[in-house]
Ligand binder design. Structure first.
Ligand code: MN
Length: 280
C-alpha cells in the first residue's frame, strides 16, 4: 500500500493516478498527523484488509490535483548513515580528503527533524559561496519502538519506505551542522509499506538535477543494508515509532544551485521533485 499525506495533512492511499482519502475511515486527526501516523502504524496489521475493502467508497481525488506533504511530518529524530557506499567514500576522498572511515567506524549521525520538507517544496540554500550537495537515499519509518534488535528482527520494526534527499553543505563542520539547515531533508513522495516494498536492499535509486542524471545505483551496494543499520543503531538508542532512518548516499553527489530542480526516484517507491533557491 502507498500511503500519502496530502493537502491539509489528510491520509490517502495512492492507487495509480488516484488518491483515496481514508482519513475518516481510520479516524485520522489531520491536525496531529505525526501522532495519527504512529497510531495508524500500530493498528495497520488489523486495519489493512478493512481499508482495502472500503477503499472504493472513500472520497477520491486525482493525484495530479493534490499537494503531497512530507509522509513523516515530525519524527522525534532522523538517524542517518555516514559513508555507507564504497564509491561515495572514494569520491569524498578524491574531492575533499575527508572520508577516512566508513559506517563501520562512524556509526550514525542525527539530522534535525525541523529540516523536513515535502514534494514540490523548495530547498533554501543558506550560502552563496559554499558548495551544497544533493545526496539521494532510501529511508524508512519505524513502526514500533526498537531497542537492541538483531538484523534478523529488524524488518518487523520497519513500517515502510520512501525517498530522502540528505542536503549537505561541504566543509569541516560536524555533520549535524552541515545537514540540519531548514529545508535540508526533502522526503516523499509517500510511504510504501514494507509488504509492498519487499526487499529494500535490492532496488534501483536515481537522482537528477534538471535533466542530468547525477546518481544512479542499486541499494544492493550498501555496506550496511537497511536491516543491519537499524540493528546497529538500536544498540545505542531506542528508535521510536515514527522515527526516520536514512541509509546514506551512493557516488555521484554534486552541487545544487538556485533555479535547479532536483528529482529523486526509487524502484517500487516512485519519485518526487523539489526546487532550489537561495535563502533570503
Ligand atoms: Mn547522507
Amino acid at each position: 500500500m502507498k500511503l500519502a499525506l496530502f493537502n491539509d495533512n489528510r491520509l490517502g492511499v495512492v492507487d495509480e493516478d488516484n488518491v483515496y482519502d481514508i482519513s475518516s475511515l481510520v479516524g485520522w486527526d489531520f491536525e496531529r498527523p505525526q501522532e495519527s501516523l504512529v497510531t495508524f502504524m500500530r493498528t495497520y496489521a488489523e486495519q489493512d484488509a478493512r481499508i482495502r475493502d472500503a477503499l472504493r467508497q472513500c472520497p477520491v481525488l486525482a493525484l495530479a490535483d493534490v499537494r503531497l506533504r512530507p509522509p513523516v511530518p515530525a519524527p522525534s529524530k532522523i538517524v542517518a548513515a555516514p559513508v555507507n557506499y564504497r564509491l561515495h567514500q572514494d569520491e569524498m576522498n578524491q574531492q575533499f580528503n575527508n572520508a577516512e572511515y566508513t559506517i563501520e567506524k562512524l556509526g550514525f549521525f542525527l539530522k534535525a527533524p525541523s529540516s523536513i520538507i515535502g514534494p514540490g517544496d523548495t530547498i533554501l540554500l543558506p550560502f552563496r559561496d559554499r558548495r551544497t550537495d544533493h545526496e539521494a537515499e532510501i529511508a524508512f519509518v519505524i513502526g514500533r519502538d526498537a531497542k537492541d534488535i538483531s538484523e534478523a528482527e529488524a524488518a518487523d520494526y520497519i513500517f515502510g519506505y520512501f525517498a530522502l534527499m540528505d542536503i549537505t553543505v561541504r566543509g569541516k563542520e560536524d555533520r549535524p551542522w552541515r545537514k540540519s539547515f531548514d529545508t535540508f531533508t526533502p522526503i516523499g513522495p509517500w510511504i510504501v509499506t514494507a509488504d509492498e516494498m519487499m526487499n529494500p536492499n535490492n532496488v534501483d535509486l536515481r537522482l537528477w538535477v534538471n535533466d542530468e542524471v547525477r546518481q544512479e545505483t542499486n541499494t544492493n551496494t550498501m555496506i550496511y543494508g537497511c536491516y543491519k543499520f537499524l540493528s546497529e543503531a538500536s544498540k545505542v538508542l531506542t528508535l521510536k515509532a515514527g522515527d526516520i532512518v536514512t541509509t546514506g548516499t551512493p557516488e555521484g553527489v554534486g552541487p545544487i544551485q538556485a533555479g535547479d530542480t532536483v528529482r529523486i526516484q526509487i524502484e517500487r517507491i516512485g519519485e518526487f521533485s523539489v526546487q532550489v533557491e537561495y535563502r533570503a
